[in-house]
Design a protein around this ligand. Structure first.
Ligand code: NAD
Length: 304
């Protein structure tokens, strides 16, 4: 029995059904229900909202694999799973392009003031064409923090597609993963020199809350900040302060400190912010790939 706390695309379910597995689609994501529903299952296939903590892992006595639909493993207690001899897998190749494209959409929409222009024109203000100065991306500097799959793909799209100069920071790399970008070792220099800064690192104890007032104060007043990695890496209150104070020009935010975010999250009140509901990875194509790749990993692990 494969436990799927949050439903997934039919293609992923079909992959498992065709191989004879029974599926249990979750009814609720509270810890109490997760612990109850996991009991008689052999595998968990989870998206990013269900919290697979130690208590859930221990309640699932027969669990042999926890397959993540997506990349970030921050909703799974990997240590507790590993100690119980459970495999933990993810689907790293499935959604990298979708996220990199979404970030490019944020960068384009911010630099062209597209959301504001749309709103003004619908409100009858054709004069907005002279009131909303937009910015060329060609020749501007993109600073990418975290040069894994998504950061590297973004660098390539920005450099090759839009003629941006791309600089990247990743303390775990010594050579550049692509000739589209130049590695810098001083993160302050990156913040000070970039016209757009985009985050692409995992949320871990080491990265939690590491981007805040100090980093925003280093940025140019004309620069944009984009986060489609994890909300917890950024001190959201500091970001809101920097945006309100005009320390940075705007932000594109797909992920939040608390998800789902409160309806009255102050970011939603700011005109210089574009938000999306943690949907960067969820193109149709990437969603099907994540569902099928996660299902394949469940099958592989259960077949031994
Ligand atoms: P990846 O593992 O390929 O790359 C992460 C990179 O970050 C690695 O190169 C690593 O060396 C680097 N890194 C680690 N700590 C760092 C630090 N302190 N400073 C700078 N770099 C650091 O991961 P990926 O596939 O590129 O994804 C990146 C993150 O994006 C994931 O961890 C995930 O949380 C997030 N993500 C979000 C969405 C979404 O829907 N918004 C979708 C997929 C992934």
């Amino acid at each position: 029995m494969v436990y799927i706390p949050q439903d997934i695309e039919q293609e992923g379910k079909d992959y498992l059904l065709e191989r004879g597995y029974n599926l249990k689609i979750g009814s609720d994501l509270s810890q109490e229900i997760l612990m109850k529903e996991v009991k008689d299952c052999d595998a968990i296939l989870t998206r990013s909202i269900a919290v697979i903590n130690e208590a859930v892992i221990q309640a699932g006595r027969n669990i042999k694999v926890i397959a993540k639909y997506g990349v970030g493993l921050d909703n799974i207690n990997v240590k507790a799973a590993t100690e119980s001899g459970i495999y933990v897998t993810n689907t790293p190749q499935a959604n990298a392009n979708a996220v990199a494209e979404h970030v490019m959409a944020f960068i384009l929409a911010l630099s062209k003031q597209l959301i504001a222009a749309d709103k003004e024109l619908r409100g009858g203000n054709y004069g907005a064409r002279h009131q909303l100065p937009s910015m060329d991306l060609e020749g501007k500097t993109l600073g990418v923090i975290g040069l894994g799959r998504i950061g590297t793909l973004l660098a390539q799209k920005a450099a090759r597609g839009f003629g941006m100069n791309v600089i990247g920071y990743d303390p775990y790399l010594t050579t550049s993963p692509s000739d589209a970008l130049e590695i810098v070792t001083d993160i302050e220099w990156l913040f000070r020199n970039a016209d757009v800064v985009s985050l692409h690192l995992p949320l871990t104890e080491a990265t939690k809350g590491t981007i805040g007032s100090r980093e925003f104060s280093w940025m140019k007043k004309s620069a944009y900040f984009v986060n489609a990695s994890r909300g917890g890496i950024v001190k959201e209150a500091d970001l809101i302060e920097a945006l309100k104070a005009g320390e940075i020009a705007g932000a594109g935010i797909d992920v939040f400190e608390a998800e789902p975010p409160q309806r009255d999250n102050p970011l939603f009140q700011l005109d210089n912010v574009i938000v999306s509901p943690h949907s960067a990875a969820l193109t149709k194509e990437a969603s099907v790939r994540m569902a099928v790749h996660a299902a394949m990993q469940v099958d592989q692990a259960l077949r031994g």
